[in-house]
Design a protein. Structure first.
Length: 270
């Protein structure tokens, strides 16, 4: 089975070599690791969408796209003489073993939180001697803002900078909400700036990311669920309006509310 998997990977490498070869595809030949990284990010989100939809077939296809892009990028580094698949696999294997001393060593970790603390402690020991860095440096700046907010707050909490309980986070939310509303009032009165208003809004979202962390769920997942729910209900409302011979742009607000309530009930039953 292992040999068959290796043959499959080798077949993908051969495909990539053909695409980037002399008689291959002009587009593939001109790509660089940097240019392909953009597509890798896009495909990763498509994998997430397929997983959250519970669609195994779509997940299989999207994971295939990600695998292809990973190997494509890896082949370019290999061609430049920098590293190959064996080097990548060897490095990540050694790292995973090193960061799981409770599995491969004498350490003990009985809960997920203990594992996370141990993981972060191991990461710190892997840095070069004398290198001083922030605990936030491990959070990629290119992450989507909500995901980054969650990770930044998580890292800060692991360093000991956190509220003792959820009630404190909710108080902070009330404070940020009040500041946002004061800025809205100033804007309505012709004072204040759009940049300040946006910053206050950002503070609210960041605080809500902490609320989610304390409550035990991921804000990205929660927001995705809400967007999907709204999309499902909105599409149902469009269907109901068309069936009734209505055009959304020409009906009253009261009619829209009526059809929206119907759509919510029908969409949530399916």
């Amino acid at each position: 089975m292992g040999e068959k998997k290796l043959d499959t990977i080798e077949a993908l490498f051969q495909l990539i070599d053909t695409l980037r070869g002399e008689n291959g595809c002009p587009w593939d030949r001109k790509q660089t690791p940097a240019s392909m990284a953009v597509y890798l990010a896009e495909e990763t989100f498509e994998v997430i969408e397929a997983i959250e939809a519970g669609d195994a077939g779509a997940a299989c296809e999207e994971l295939g796209d990600v695998l292809f892009l990973l190997l494509f990028i890896l082949r370019m580094y290999d061609g430049a003489g920098l590293f190959d698949l064996e080097a990548v696999a060897g490095r990540v294997t050694a790292k995973m073993v090193r960061r799981h001393p409770h599995v491969f060593g004498d350490n003990r970790a009985d809960t997920a939180s203990q594992v996370r603390r141990q993981w972060q402690a191991k990461k710190k020991t892997e840095k070069a001697p004398g290198v001083r860095e922030s605990c936030l440096d491990s959070v990629p700046s290119g992450l989507p803002a909500l995901l980054r907010a969650y990770r930044v707050s998580e890292r800060a909490a692991q360093a000991g900078f956190d509220w003792p309980e959820l009630a404190g986070v909710m108080e902070k939310f009330d404070e940020e909400w009040a500041e946002f509303n004061r800025e809205l009032d100033q804007r309505a009165a012709g004072d204040g700036s759009l940049e300040k208003l946006a910053m206050e809004f950002g503070d609210i979202v960041f605080t809500l990311a902490n609320v989610a962390r304390f409550a035990g769920f991921h804000p990205e997942t929660a927001l995705t669920g809400s967007v999907n729910k709204f999309t499902r209900r909105f599409k149902k409302m469009e269907t109901l309006l068309r069936a009734a011979g209505h055009d959304m742009g020409s009906v009253s607000a009261e009619t829209l509310d009526e059809f929206w309530e119907r759509a919510k009930k029908e969409a949530d039953r399916t």
